[in-house]
Unconditional design. Sequence first.
Length: 252
Amino acid sequence: MSSSVNYHCLAYAELDVCNPLDMATIDAAVLRTGLKPGARALDIGTGNGAVAVRLAEAFGLAVTAVELDPAMADIARGRIAASSAADRIRLYQARSGTVLADLEPQDLIVATGTTDPAGDGRLEPAAIFTALSNHLKPGGWLLWGDLIWTGEPPEPVRQIFELTNRFTSDAGTRSDARAAGFEVVHAEISPQAAMDHYLGTADSAARAWLADHPDAPEAAAVRTSADRVRMMFEFGGDHVDFGLYLLRRPPV
């Protein structure tokens, strides 16, 4: 693990997927695309690298993985190096916008729970969909996942959750995707058990590290982040779900 320890690298090192999802759900979505081995995929905000590895190993895709956080990139780098498909995965520690600018159009873009997926500061899902569509081949696919509002949240809840991204409802996400020219091929909401597993695993990993390293230089920042995430979901968890959307850019 990187010497630069933070809450996310501690939490996500213990998770199979860095979101309230399991790998079987990712697999099912990718199977719907019908993509053949050798197709090009971009995993934005690859986190611990598990999804990028899965795309290469199980589906034979040529994967570009992008991760800005250096500690997370170290975890992803280790997983990729240990993969039997390491030669089909390129990892960049960079902003997604920098990588997108140099890549040819992709067959699949994966962006699940990603901060600034377009890499240019866009926060609204509608604007992000439009930007990412421009980096897909005609007929290409976007696998999008993020928090969604279950209803109109109280303003304090909205402010807490929307510090880095803007969220909308399931219906709003579908509408925004269609407005950006996508076909909504499949959508599903993660069950509460998936959210509980995600939050519980992340919190337990951070608390265990804090118990073992109470005097570490990073301890205060890790504790602050862990407390903030716990508070967010204790206070506002009833107002959010996690939605996964398989979107297709129409063929020419």
